[in-house]
Design a protein around this ligand. Sequence first.
Ligand code: ADP
Length: 374
Amino acid sequence: MIKKAGILGGGQLGRMLLQAAANYPVETYVLENDAECPAAHLCHHFELGDIRDFDAVYTFGKKVDVLTIEIENVNVEALEKLEAEGLKIIPRPSVLRTIKNKILQKQYYQQHQIPGAPFIITQNREELAQHADFLPAVHKIGEGGYDGKGVQLLREQADIAKGFDAPAVLEKMVDIHKEIAQTVAISESGATALYPPVEMLFDPTLNLLDYQLCPAELSTQTLYRVEAIALTVARNFKSPGLFAVEMFIDKNGDVQVNETAPRVHNSGHHTIEAHYSSQFDMLWRIMLNYPLGSTDAILPSIMVNIIGTDGHSGPVKYEGLEEVLKIENAFIHLYGKKETRPGRKMGHVTILSNEKQELLHQSNRIKHTLLPKA
Ligand code: ADP
């Protein structure tokens, strides 16, 4: 029997999930409040509605056999009711409840002895001001902080005015050597598979997270530590699903967990071409109760996010597309967004090569050639 699967959210992650769904016997449903969203035209059934609304999510959930998310900002109460009524939801709503709120998320790590930067919980700015001696630190709003809007670096007392006047986590500033992410897959029966960790490479001039190298360059000792931590983070959620665990390696070589996304994630885009089973393929295997796929890399890779060019807002035209299409080891993904805006994720390109120099060369070239402009 063909299963009906629902996705809450219709962005690029939903779109790529649907591309992978085309290989399986599954009928797909998407809920999103924008009929022109990236996933709208790739699913069997598109439903217009707000993923944060109880009734919209509940009604949508009643139409499917299995449900997943592509963003955490969904109505968890509706998911809890659906789960109580027997619907399979991946990840479980309890995971979303914990992860949606950064205070609960940090407390979860603490409860499970998962290493992370020391933190204090602050209810408002007045309380924050009492902790000036804890700076330098990073203030992270508990709920509703998306697209980098929920994080403020507080270096000194004068920065406290920039802090959030709402429940938040005040976390010690980590002296970061590397930012990495590792995705863990967990099946319904509890089988696990780990993708190799990826390493974020920053553009020093723009200070943007621009490139992502796979596999991350780590000592064997650090790799084992990272894998053990990522597995502990994911397993303790007691839920099937995909878990992208973001970690810092600090200047002492210690591993600190930053946050986890219980879903397909930007840090796994390269797996489409660079790994035997992509993160999207893997999530279908989990949802449809098939064996987990192989997480092994076919070749090392770099993924470049294609971001809306500064000073350009409006209907998009891709400058440099033909030139990039001529690069034989580059795989181009444009997300079908009609409008570009500065900083908007418009697509990504994955480059495959055994040579790191070639990966770096081509990724830089692509970053400066393929430009979404209005
Ligand atoms: P978001 O949910 O917006 O992605 P993150 O918690 O991932 O927020 O923080 C965004 C960025 O801020 C991280 O990628 C990292 O560069 C920096 N950051 C976050 N926490 C710390 C910390 N404790 N110390 C130093 N830098 C941090």
